[in-house]
Ligand binder design. Structure first.
Ligand code: CO
Length: 212
């Protein structure tokens, strides 16, 4: 049996179990989703959004990439954010990083990773902009410090998007959160929480008053 066949078998068992516990489980979910949360997390296999938050299918809309970055030119991420905010009307957007992140670690080395360099460059720029604060920490704690600075940075990046700003202006939602997941004990910690309409640097603020 191939390793992948095990997943297909486990899936059948999972689906059977869901129906055994709740006969209408799939009937309720098949026609629409109404998640209250958008999760922007790391692709890391150890940080599965639903499992660590005790949420079921239908509760969390998920986007994951290496090191949970919010890059303003990333059409994939921006499309997910727009759909989650404008169509699904989520009340909370969570950027979730974690300690010992491979993406953060890779960005802190001089090694060239090919095309991935362009993605990691965003993390290197965050390091560059916060070098003094990061290097004030002992070497073994710098990955964690950069990771936490980066999580806050990604939340701020969300506040600079027109999608978030327009939704704040029109609907007074969503809240934005920056969380860090500990691989040591499985606990999530909130590093930053931003209420709708939080003032931001005016250079990033769009004016929606002229829109119909
Ligand atoms: Co990671």
């Amino acid at each position: 049996m191939r390793e992948s066949d095990k997943l297909l078998m486990a899936n059948k068992a999972w689906a059977r179990e869901r129906v055994a516990v709740d006969p209408n489980f799939f009937g309720r979910l098949k026609d629409q989703q109404r998640p209250g949360f958008l999760w922007i997390g790391c692709s890391d296999s150890r940080v599965p959004a639903n499992e660590i938050t005790g949420t079921a299918p239908g509760e969390v809309f998920v986007h994951r990439n290496i090191a949970n970055l919010v890059v303003p030119t990333d059409l994939n991420l921006l499309s997910v954010v727009q759909y989650a905010v404008d169509v699904l009307e989520v009340e909370h957007v969570i950027v979730c990083g974690h300690d010992n992140c491979g993406g953060i670690k890779a960005a802190m080395t001089p090694r060239s990773y090919g095309p991935l360099n362009k993605w990691l460059r965003n993390i290197k720029d965050t390091y560059h902009a916060n070098r003094a604060e990061i290097e004030a920490a002992p070497p073994q704690e710098r990955i964690t410090r950069l990771s936490q600075i980066s999580i806050r940075e990604q939340v701020h990046n969300l506040t600079k998007t027109s999608v978030i700003q327009r939704s704040w202006y029109l609907h007074d939602r969503p809240w934005l959160h920056g969380w860090s997941y500990s691989l040591n004990d499985g606990i999530l910690h909130e590093l930053i929480s931003v209420a709708p309409r939080m003032p931001i640097d005016p250079i990033y603020q769009f004016d929606f008053s002229g829109e119909p």
